[in-house]
Design a protein around this ligand. Structure first.
Ligand SMILES: C[S@@+](CC[C@H](N)C(=O)[O-])C[C@H]1O[C@@H](n2cnc3c(N)ncnc32)[C@H](O)[C@@H]1O
Length: 190
């Protein structure tokens, strides 16, 4: 497999994905980890984002979930479930309203038919946004979600603007220019 510079850097530092550098740029710019106690990583496998958060803030309590298995990471609580079923996990449910950071790198399986893929991406993003709003602290809560530049992006951003005190859009340096992926940030502020 061909590894670009970001891939090589991730390998050298022991990270499981090059996606860590995309998240890192956003959390560094927004200081999203400041005062963070509880983190929810949605669509966590293979585990790069959880590794990064744990590395940057060792004391933080991380719950990670995915439909696929994930190799264990010290100090990360992994749950093999769909985001749609999050309320069934007692340890996460009891932290409702207490998460300071919810990160989502979710991506549905693509069909190649753009109208179907856009609808599937929007549906999954919308479910994840509702989960984030429900589980985040309303006094200090940040949501970071990967999505894609398509016809539904404006709708998602508009919904986020109606829910959060602040919304920003990021295209991190580690995200390939030709890739449609883009990151939205939403924050509840005191
Ligand atoms: C791009 S990967 C995440 C990479 C991860 N952030 C990292 O840095 O290692 C996206 C993940 O979303 C998961 N996923 C897709 N649909 C899901 C769903 N409905 N519920 C939970 N996880 C889902 C996939 O299984 C996949 O592992």
């Amino acid at each position: 497999m061909h590894l670009d510079n970001w891939g090589l850097k991730a390998k050298k530092l022991g990270y499981r994905s090059r996606a860590v550098f995309k998240l890192e740029e956003i959390i560094d710019k927004t200081k999203a980890l400041r005062g963070c106690k509880n983190v929810l990583d949605i669509g966590s496998t293979p585990g790069g984002w959880s590794q990064l958060v744990k590395h940057k803030l060792n004391q933080v309590n991380i719950h990670a979930l995915d439909i696929l298995d994930m190799e264990p990471i010290d100090g990360v609580n992994f749950h093999k479930i769909r985001v749609e079923d999050i309320d069934s996990v007692h340890e996460i449910f009891e932290l409702k309203g207490l998460f300071n950071l919810v990160i989502s790198d979710l991506a549905p399986n693509l069909t190649g038919i753009s109208v179907i893929d856009e609808a599937n991406i929007y549906e999954l993003n919308d479910i994840t946004l509702d989960v984030a709003v429900e589980y985040l602290s309303k006094s200090k809560g940040v949501f970071i979600i990967k999505t894609f530049q398509n016809n539904m992006l404006k709708k998602l951003r508009t919904k986020m603007k109606s829910l959060f005190d602040e919304v920003q859009t990021f295209k991190p340096a580690a995200s390939k220019k030709q890739s449609a992926e883009i990151y939205l940030y939403g924050a509840f502020k005191e």
